[in-house]
Design a protein around this ligand. Structure first.
Ligand SMILES: [Zn+2]
Length: 212
């Protein structure tokens, strides 16, 4: 089963407290379910502590630092042990008990959305929940900026692979994709958008909430 994890740099920024609140939420949700990334984060924390301690004597060159990060990224993935029961307290706190019961706004076709940006006052990014009905397809679209997404429920696939619950996806303006919900559940994702996306397919003229 394909697994998609945050990059080491994102984990470093997270533990340094440099991420915006919505981005930190995505990392926190992933770490909560992914033993591999928890162990990567611990390694990075130790590395950071050692570097801080030795800073006056040892300088780590950028290339050395990159190679350390690359090694951490390459390390073999331990089996991710499924958590017992749906422990989604962070989400429950933010969105209530059942994300399926939210006041979803039907967008078009199989896609519903809910903008939760207002739950993150003072942040510049847009935070959006998206729901793709089981078996449904989203229109082809590209992104003007970066979009960080975590799968909260169900799974989807696009040309980059299969993304399951708690998988982490970062898309840039170079990516064009057309997600399809797979499996028997509606696929629900949480996305942090640093710039609006633009539609490129058949539905271009239909208003997309991200374009407004
Ligand atoms: Zn992970």
């Amino acid at each position: 089963m394909t697994r998609h994890h945050p990059e080491s740099l994102s984990l470093l920024e997270f533990s340094a407290g440099n991420l915006s609140e919505p981005h930190a939420l995505c990392i926190r949700l992933h770490l909560d379910k992914c033993t591999l990334c928890r162990s990567r984060a611990e390694t990075l924390d130790s590395l950071g502590a050692v570097m801080m301690e030795r800073q006056p004597k040892v300088s780590v060159s950028e290339s050395m630092f990159d190679s350390i990060l690359a090694k951490i990224d390459e390390s073999p993935a331990p089996q991710r042990t499924p958590q017992a029961g749906p422990k989604i307290s962070i989400l429950q706190k933010l969105l209530g008990d059942d994300i399926n019961d939210l006041p979803w706004k039907h967008q078009l076709g199989d896609v519903s959305v809910m903008d939760i940006t207002e739950k993150f006052p003072g942040q510049n990014e847009r935070v959006v929940l998206q729901k793709l009905n089981a078996g449904g397809k989203a229109p082809t679209h590209t992104h003007k900026g970066n979009e960080t997404t975590i799968v909260l429920q169900g799974a989807f696939s696009d040309q980059n692979g299969v993304f399951n619950q708690w998988d982490f996806v970062v898309l840039t303006d170079q990516d064009e994709h057309k997600p399809v919900a797979i499996g028997s559940e509606d696929c629900i994702t949480l996305s942090v958008l640093s710039a609006p996306i633009k539609l490129t397919g058949t539905f271009t003229r239909m208003l997309n909430p991200f374009i407004r």
